[in-house]
Design a protein. Structure first.
Length: 71
């Protein structure tokens, strides 16, 4: 294949991918969203993570230093 044919094929494929819209199964989407709502009420709050460090001690320790520098 020459470069012109190759580029034309790539352009055609890109256009097909861009404008491709499969049929949406709205009933499956509704089931998925409704089950997510049911599970979210029993899940832990989003702001609490096991691997998140507690920086409140550092904030208390260094707040005075920061306030002194701003004056």
């Amino acid at each position: 294949m020459g470069r012109g044919r190759q580029k034309a094929k790539a352009t055609r494929q890109a256009r097909e991918m861009k404008y491709y819209s499969p049929e949406t199964d709205y009933t499956a989407l509704e089931r998925e969203l409704s089950s997510a709502k049911k599970n979210s009420s029993s899940a832990a709050p989003a702001s609490t993570y096991d691997d998140e460090d507690d920086y409140s001690a550092y904030a208390d320790k260094y707040t005075d230093d920061y306030a002194d520098r701003r004056r």
